[in-house]
Design a protein around this ligand. Structure first.
Ligand SMILES: Nc1ncnc2c1ncn2[C@@H]1O[C@H](COP(=O)(O)OP(=O)(O)O)[C@@H](O)[C@H]1O
Ligand SMILES: [Mg+2]
Length: 511
């Protein structure tokens, strides 16, 4: 009996944190939090921005000393006063903050502090290069080991950071939002490597609020809210909706906000709109003032192309009628002039100038008007930008900082805010909350509800069906370039919408 209930090697967690608390002046960042991770487990740590995830990971990584609490490694009480001790326990962290020595080469950075030496004590370059090459190949990173880090993009630098962590014999690998500056392919490669490591017995603490990543890799999730532990739950048994509800601590009605509006007259009428390249087949629908139309569909279904056609990006034919007048949408500028504000899918590539300030990025839309005066009127400009930032809830140290220093959520608010500032009749928004944490998502949903309440008609094109169910009055589902399903709000059903998107089965709303 005693044997079965006592600690055994198989049930002993690799790491156990008990009652960790940490305060900073004016904020209780962590309040009596427990965390248990077993060898071979990928454990998600999630919560809104500021909920204490990084603080907890820094306590485990020896960067912060907790005010109280205990840490056990293999059941032994330990103290982790600095990162070197963490490393002795096999605890390795990959964070968003880059820590590379940029004047050194890729290979030197990967093996910094552990450079292989020959018997004569000099650096064994052939071996260093070969070892680095192997790690880089495993991650699919195509840079030469002898390249200087200073010449690499931020994404590649992040990958070198990851390569360095993987080259150690980690027993616990902590990924603190490590994928946030990675592309989808790089993220995919990283997750594959992480899954292999876990299969070989490494424990992984994966900090992220990107649901697809969590559900792909993790088998448990610990959720924090305002520094406190909300729960430690199994995945995928816990649904995304339940997880989000734990993070935000309110029910989803509150999460999506609400609008107080009776749909008014028809503001947008689309008749037989099709793209010349055939990706969108003749499509027709109407949208009233104050209404939100949700557009669902898989990649290649035509939903993205619908947005591009309405936004004047993709050549099309057919009728787009705004407030009774035919809108010529031959270019984005024309679409805008006819009252259609369009936000494309690819924020990083198409919407922002990453090196430029928040103010300049905000001003992109009215820049053309101002620049006609010859010199940009900076005073006027700054006041206008700052009032917009406040209105759209953009959190930044000032309007002068580079937009790339903002969180994804705040960048997105800039992108949306500058279109909203145009006062359009119709907004066509593609993936408006992609890459945005749950808190900022909720803020964006409220902005959209307010716009609709003021009479705007909004089209949300999204691959996240829950957000369409939470926001829209009606959902249309595209498949192979055409509408195959229409759902009214009394008829909303996630599985039904998904099955039309996947299988193209025709669904018409009853009534
Ligand atoms: N070094 C610090 N000094 C002061 N406040 C901090 C520090 N680190 C974190 N905080 C605060 O503690 C809270 C939790 O932050 P953090 O752990 O970074 O959250 P998360 O990683 O979940 O976004 C926040 O309110 C943050 O502002
Ligand atoms: Mg953090």
């Amino acid at each position: 009996m005693t044997d079965q209930h006592g600690p055994t090697t198989t049930t002993q967690p690799l790491i156990r944190v008990e009652g960790a608390s940490k305060s900073f002046p004016g904020v209780r960042a962590l309040d009596n939090v427990d965390l248990t991770i077993h060898a071979g487990e990928i454990h998600a740590l999630t919560g809104e921005n500021g909920s204490g995830k990084s603080t907890l990971s820094k306590i485990i990584g020896g960067l912060y000393t907790p005010d109280s609490g205990r840490i056990y490694v293999d059941g032994e009480l330990v103290s982790i006063p600095n990162p070197a001790v963490a490393l002795e326990h096999g605890i390795v962290t990959i964070s968003q903050e880059l820590t590379l020595a940029t004047s050194l080469t890729v290979a030197e950075n990967i093996y910094l502090g552990r450079l292989p030496r020959t018997r004569l004590g000099i650096i064994d370059w052939p071996r260093l290069k070969a070892d680095a090459r192997r790690i880089l190949d495993r991650l699919g990173v195509h840079v030469s080991p002898t390249t200087r880090v200073s010449s690499l993009s931020i994404e590649l630098q992040q990958e070198i950071e990851i390569a360095r962590a993987l080259s150690t014999d980690a027993r616990l690998l902590i990924l603190d939002e490590a994928t946030s500056s990675l592309s989808e392919t790089a993220t995919d490669r990283l997750l594959t490597v992480v899954e292999e490591l876990a299969a070989s017995g490494v424990a992984v603490l994966m900090i992220s609020h990107r649901m697809p990543e969590l559900y792909r890799s993790a088998t448990r999730a610990t959720v924090l809210r305002d520094g406190a532990l909300v729960g430690d739950v199994p995945l995928p048994e816990t649904t995304e909706e339940q997880l989000v509800r734990m993070m935000v601590g309110r029910d989803l009605q509150d999460y999506f906000g609400s609008r107080d509006v009776e749909p008014g007259e028809v503001v947008l009428e689309v008749q037989d709109l099709e793209t010349l390249d055939g990706s969108l087949k003749p499509t027709s629908f109407k949208l009233r003032k104050g209404q939100i139309l949700g557009v669902a569909g898989l990649v290649g279904s035509g939903k993205t192309e619908l947005g591009l056609a309405l936004g004047g990006v993709l050549p099309s034919r057919g009728d787009v009628i705004v407030n009774g007048y035919t809108a010529y949408v031959g270019s984005p500028r024309e679409a805008l002039a006819h009252g259609i504000g369009f936000v494309p899918e690819d924020r990083k590539g198409q919407c922002i100038l990453p090196g430029r300030s928040v103010a300049e990025n905000f001003a992109l839309s009215w820049m053309q008007q101002l620049s006609r005066l010859g010199v940009m009127q900076l005073g006027v400009e700054r006041r206008r930008v700052e009032s917009s930032m406040e209105r759209y809830g953009v959190v930044a140290a000032s309007s002068g900082v580079a937009i790339s220093t903002l969180s994804g959520g705040n960048q997105q608010k800039v992108v949306l805010g500058r279109v909203f500032a145009r006062g359009c009749e119709v907004y066509v928004l593609t993936e408006p909350t992609r890459g945005v944490d749950v808190g900022a998502k909720s803020a964006i949903y409220r902005l959209l509800q307010d716009l609709a309440s003021q009479g705007a008609a909004i089209i949300i094109i999204s691959s996240e069906i829950p957000e369409l169910l939470g926001m829209a009055d009606e959902i249309v589902v595209y498949h192979q370039g055409e509408i195959r399903g229409r759902f009214g709000s009394d008829d909303f059903d996630e599985e039904a919408v998904a099955s039309v998107a996947v299988a193209g089965r025709v669904h018409a709303k009853a009534s």
